[in-house]
Design a protein around this ligand. Structure first.
Ligand code: ZN
Length: 245
């Protein structure tokens, strides 16, 4: 269920049941002439909805304006790049609220650049800092780490917020990444076909649309997209259910 649609008693039920929180994190970035510029957030939102149909969880409002580095174009092409320090502080302040809400497990899910890129690092840094800060804020005194009594009381503070690529290793293949090419175009055709217009592709389409002779933005298709979606959702369901509190 969407977090923003919950009534307070539903939120309390969700947290007390040990259900995880899923956070879609993405960006606004040009994806060729044929795809919606919000793809990297939209595809994660679609995957989260499919996960939530099969296992109990909450879905947080998305982080839409992640760092892009203008690597593939500027604002005139449909790309937004925020101030990184401001974005990092914003991320940390919101994650802190989710910990205080009581979520024992939060998954930040990303389909943009890699896990060492500014978007993922902003979440990983915030999560790491909050692990230590929230333990002290909960009243544990310095030296808590390893003190048996404290460790028992604190519970599993490690990994309370995990940051992962949308495509977990076991989903690949068939799932794969690229930028607006065969894979991402297929992902969007399978989930939000109204946001893809392959007839907008022509000889001026950018390099990333043509990865290979046979696999490119033109040959992207629903069948491949659906295979990837199914694999991605299945691996997430397994992970969430295995790690359920
Ligand atoms: Zn993308």
């Amino acid at each position: 269920m969407l977090l923003k649609n919950m009534l307070p008693y539903q939120l309390a039920d969700c947290v007390q049941s040990g259900n995880p929180l899923l956070i879609p994190a993405g960006c606004v970035e040009t994806h060729g002439p044929h795809m919606a510029i919000g793809h990297d957030t939209i595809i994660v939102e679609e995957i989260c909805h499919l996960i939530a149909e099969r296992t109990d969880c909450a879905i947080a409002p998305s982080f839409d304006y992640g760092p892009t580095g203008y690597a593939l174009g500027g604002p005139e092409d449909g790309t937004i790049d925020p101030d990184y320090d401001s974005f990092g502080r914003y991320v940390k302040s919101i994650l802190k609220n989710f910990i205080t809400m009581g979520f024992k497990k939060t998954y930040v899910i990303i389909m943009h650049q890699g896990m060492e890129a500014p978007l993922a690092l902003a979440f990983k840094k915030a999560a790491a800092e909050l692990t230590f800060e929230s333990t002290l804020a909960a009243g544990f005194s310095p030296g808590w780490w390893g003190r048996e009594e404290d460790m028992k009381k604190a519970g599993n503070v490690w990994g309370r917020i995990e940051v992962h690529p949308m495509i977990l290793a076991t989903a690949s293949p068939p799932a794969g990444g690229d930028h607006a090419g065969y894979n991402e175009t297929s992902f969007l055709i399978a989930t939000r076909p109204e946001l893809v217009q392959q007839d907008q592709l022509d000889g001026n389409a950018p390099w990333y649309c043509r990865q290979s002779e046979s696999h490119n933005s033109w040959t992207a298709n629903k069948k491949h997209g659906q295979e990837m979606v199914d694999a991605v959702v299945d691996t997430w369901i397994r992970k969430i259910n295995d790690e359920r509190a």
